[in-house]
Design a protein. Structure first.
Length: 303
């Protein structure tokens, strides 16, 4: 049996463990949250090194891809460097392939259409999704400057998004990660000031897309049946969305025992299946494996 462990800077309340069969092989998949404790995450990673088949990093990115460029987040790299032998994946490689395919699949289902208004609360952490939605002809609002920096500055094109990324990411990736993304208990609360200030961006969108913790952190009441396109969700998250008035939930990864896991988990599982050095894995390898695994977006009616 192959063993996959996701070590997350997120809340331990979201921990989960399942055993699943993938391509005829048994997998033990688990998530270990460290409640935002960076040193604890370093310790756990060191303890797992050499004892599991692959490790996922949750609640943090190591790499941000914008077009052909890759930016390494300093704190994420520190976590990777704590592991000497076991492959460590943050999900960024899979995001760039799986989430593009998800957008195309949803377009085929008629759930994503040209001229739909799409809000991505944060897009630099999933440029593949951001670009695919733009190429579909959606009216995009990239909210990176709005929700990260509190600036009333919506970005509407991939070209401008890439231009801004070139200017700000070299400095942002050096900042402590907790200043860029909610970790630990912050994942359980909302930023009430930004919820009030920026509610119209949510209310005026047909689709709200991106990382679930960020979507949740800024979501106002009185949603109007919008579609949420995201990643990791639990049963409690679904209840939250129902209470807010969301119409449909689409997760890019499969659900096991009532919840979906993050892309870091599935990228780690795929690396364990492929049994190739991470640096030798190409996007087509992920695409071919997704077809074999019959990966499809999970579509759930909420209200």
């Amino acid at each position: 049996m192959k063993k996959i462990v996701s070590v997350s800077l997120g809340s331990s309340k979201r921990d989960h463990r399942v055993q699943v069969e993938l391509l005829g092989e048994q997998f033990d998949i688990s998530r270990l949250g460290t409640d935002g404790n960076f040193d604890r995450a370093l310790t756990v990673l060191g303890e797992l090194d050499g004892k599991v088949d692959a490790i996922g990093l949750g609640g943090i990115d190591v790499y941000l891809y914008v077009g052909e460029k890759r930016f390494a987040i300093v704190d994420g790299q520190k976590l990777v460097d704590a592991v000497k032998t076991t492959p460590v994946l943050d999900g960024s490689g899979l995001k760039n392939t799986l989430e593009r395919e998800t957008v195309r699949a949803l377009a085929g289902e008629g759930l994503i259409k040209k001229d739909m208004g799409v809000l991505m609360v944060s897009s630099l952490d999933r440029f593949g999704m951001a670009e695919a939605l733009y190429e579909m002809g959606c009216r995009m609002t990239y909210g990176d400057l709005i929700f990260t920096m509190g600036m009333t500055y919506p970005i509407n094109t991939v070209e401008e998004l890439a231009e801004i990324a070139d200017k700000v990411l070299p400095d942002l990736v050096k900042m402590p990660f907790h200043m860029l993304y909610p970790t630990g208990k912050k994942q359980e609360s909302q930023d009430e000031e930004k919820v009030r200030r920026f509610a119209d961006y949510y209310h005026n969108a047909d689709v709200v897309a991106g990382d679930f913790h960020l979507i949740r952190r800024f979501m106002p009441d009185n949603m109007k049946g919008q579609l949420i396109l995201t990643n990791t969700t639990t049963a409690a998250d679904v209840d939250f969305l129902k209470e807010k008035g969301v119409g449909t939930l689409v997760t890019t990864t499969p659900a096991y025992e009532g919840r979906s896991f993050g892309t870091n988990v599935f990228e780690a599982a795929m690396v364990a299946i492929l049994e190739k050095p991470v640096e030798e894995i190409q996007p087509q390898d992920y695409l071919d494996l997704m077809k074999k695994l019959n990966f499809k977006p999970r579509i759930q009616t909420i209200n």
